[in-house]
Design a protein around this ligand. Structure first.
Ligand code: NAD
Ligand code: UFG
Length: 335
């Protein structure tokens, strides 16, 4: 199949390009590069061993998107594009609503015009808000604690209404837990601007000597060691989840949301230890106050992914940390 990946040059999109290509699909990247680098396309071509089609554009440019869908004879779209920084979303909420919500409306309009009605959407575990129970299954009540999360909730609702109005649409929302790690080649990976907000990229930069010390946000949570617990999923497992999603999409009778996680939670201290083992570098840290808005623990029920998609995450903490460190080393060498 010919698959359009909006935001395909980004962290999760670029890894999905590899998984799609290896499975015999033809991926087409559509990205405005507001949070990625054009050189990722060359690096992807090196990994895959063949050219990767790329269109530079914004998802709010409906005519360009329509033309792209038609020119590349696209069968399905995976919609990654959007802004994703939780803290920033409270500072510039309108940009988040514009890029994420309005951008999705423009994409849907273009897909309607091009008569492409198969869509996989990148949602997030953030739509569950503060967990009322664990593991989080897809029936858990939904809420948002910040504008970013609210954009994901709005988009899920929009897609639900769309499916209800026109059964020709096949729509699947994938709720990602915490994507981490990098492709085994070490040529692509997460490349945050400035000081990383997320745990793994922060630890990676401490290991590389770019940052002095990790600050652990709280050691008084009701978790086994007092630090926050999350469901860290290897980005290549996540990428392969999209392959399973595309197969499942055809003829889907209802709007559907499925968690993509591992079902296993790890604490901050456990992640540090795993990273130290993988990199053989000590990660200095200190405890500080809890980060506002953080929750104690969050991990997925993976039953629906297993039963409906026939997909489970295969890679463990060692693969995550080794690949992350390999990417960080390469990234530092080209900086
Ligand atoms: P990313 O920022 O690395 O990738 C997003 C890509 O979209 C970037 O290449 C960016 O340039 C592009 N983009 C942004 N706005 C655009 C626009 N208006 N038009 C065209 N391109 C645009 O992010 P990611 O980590 O790969 O996340 C991909 C998706 O998964 C996002 O929708 C994000 O909200 C969702 N998600 C990510 C995480 C995570 O922790 N990484 C967790 C849950 C959900
Ligand atoms: N943490 C630290 N120090 C840091 C960074 C993080 O102690 O410098 C801790 C956090 O307090 C938390 C854990 O590490 O306990 C994980 O934090 P991340 O920022 O890596 O991830 P979050 O679970 O807070 O959030 C991420 C994305 C959200 C998404 C959510 C669920 O940033 O967008 O996963 O998918 F919604």
């Amino acid at each position: 199949m010919n698959i359009l990946l909006t935001g395909g040059a980004g962290y999760i999109g670029s890894h999905t390009v590899i998984a799609l290509s290896e499975a015999g699909h033809t991926p087409v990247i559509y990205d405005n590069f507001c949070n990625s680098n054009k050189s990722v396309v060359e690096r992807l071509e090196k990994i895959i061993g063949k050219p990767v089609a790329m269109v530079e554009g914004d998802i709010r440019d409906t005519p360009l998107l329509t033309k792209t869908l038609q020119n590349h004879e696209i069968n399905a779209v995976i919609h990654f594009a959007g802004l994703k920084a939780v803290g920033e979303s409270s500072i510039i909420p309108l940009e988040y609503y514009s890029s994420n919500v309005y951008g999705t409306l423009c994409l849907l309009e273009a897909m309607n015009q091009a008569r492409v009605k198969n869509l996989v959407f990148s949602s997030s575990a953030t739509v569950y808000g503060d967990p009322q129970y664990l593991p989080l299954d897809e029936q858990h009540p939904l809420s948002a604690t910040n504008p970013y999360g609210r954009t994901k909730l709005h988009i899920e609702e929009i897609l639900k209404d769309l499916k209800a109005s026109d059964s020709e649409w096949n729509v699947l929302c994938l709720r990602y837990f915490n994507p981490v790690g990098a492709h085994v080649s070490g040529l692509i990976g997460e490349d945050p601007n400035g000081v990383p907000n997320n745990l793994l990229p922060f630890i990676a930069q401490v290991a590389a000597g770019k940052l002095a010390k990790l600050k652990i946000f709280g050691n008084d949570y009701s978790t086994p060691d007092g630090t926050g617990v999350r469901d860290y999923i290897h980005v290549m497992d996540l990428a392969e989840g999209h392959l399973a999603a595309l197969s499942y999409l055809e003829g889907l009778s209802d709007w559907t949301a499925i968690n993509l996680g591992t079902g296993q939670g790890y604490s901050v201290l456990e992640m540090i230890k795993a990273y130290e083992m993988a990199s053989r570098i000590e990660i200095p840290f200190e405890f500080t106050l809890r980060r506002p808005g953080d929750i104690a623990a969050c991990y997925a029920s993976v039953e629906k992914a297993k039963s409906d998609l026939g997909w489970v995450a295969k890679r463990g903490l060692e693969d995550i940390c080794v690949s992350s460190y390999k990417w960080q080393t390469y990234r530092s060498s080209i900086a």
